[in-house]
Design a protein around this ligand. Structure first.
Ligand code: FE
Ligand code: FE
Length: 185
């Protein structure tokens, strides 16, 4: 994915350019960003079952169910990262994810139950979430690599790869049938 590669390169460049920044200051910034994505993952874990319940197609419902379990793993990966950094796992409100989840709620409120239009909307909302996560983990793993923490980078990469796979699976479901059926409704 080209956009992700660009974001990762940009993150690497930022760190290289700011190499004079005190380690502790960068460490603090990194931990702060981890708290942000930790909040985002915890709230997504609560939102996904609602999205599953709202889905029309069983295929989409099962994709949301699968990603609920995977999101629990993302949460535990982050808890391991906090532990490796000797930091307490604390969630700090992520305004971006809160907004994206609000948008998902809005789609459920604005569409009729049992329609493919609702499913198309839910996929759109979910892919916005996944792209946000891909951008976040893409950058954070480069930060970890630049800090010489390959152990942490490996955990973040595992989550990143799963977010990318989830995004692709949602695209497959959308182009498989939902988009065409929604357009015909
Ligand atoms: Fe996630
Ligand atoms: Fe995700």
């Amino acid at each position: 994915m080209e956009t992700v590669k660009t974001a990762e390169k940009a993150a690497g460049a930022t760190v290289a350019k700011n190499a004079k920044i005190e380690d502790s200051e960068f460490h603090e910034f990194f931990v702060d960003e981890l708290k942000d994505i930790y909040w985002a993952e915890k709230h997504l874990a609560k939102a996904l079952p609602k999205m599953k319940k709202a889905s029309t197609s069983p295929e989409l419902a099962s994709a949301f169910e699968k990603h609920t379990t995977e999101t629990e793993e993302h949460i535990s990966n982050l808890e391991q990262v906090f532990e490796l950094l000797d930091e307490k796992a604390v969630a700090k409100k992520c305004d971006a994810k809160a907004g994206l989840l609000e948008e998902a709620d809005g789609i459920i409120a604005d569409t009729e139950k049992g329609t493919m239009i609702r499913d198309a909307g839910l996929i759109l909302a979910a892919q916005k979430v996944e792209h946000y996560e891909i951008a976040t983990y893409g950058t954070l793993r480069v930060f970890a690599q630049n800090m010489g923490r390959d152990d942490i980078a490996a955990l973040l990469t595992a989550t990143l790869e799963n977010e990318k796979a989830t995004d692709e699976a949602l695209t497959e479901i959308a182009i498989g049938s939902i988009n065409a059926e929604a357009a015909a409704e």
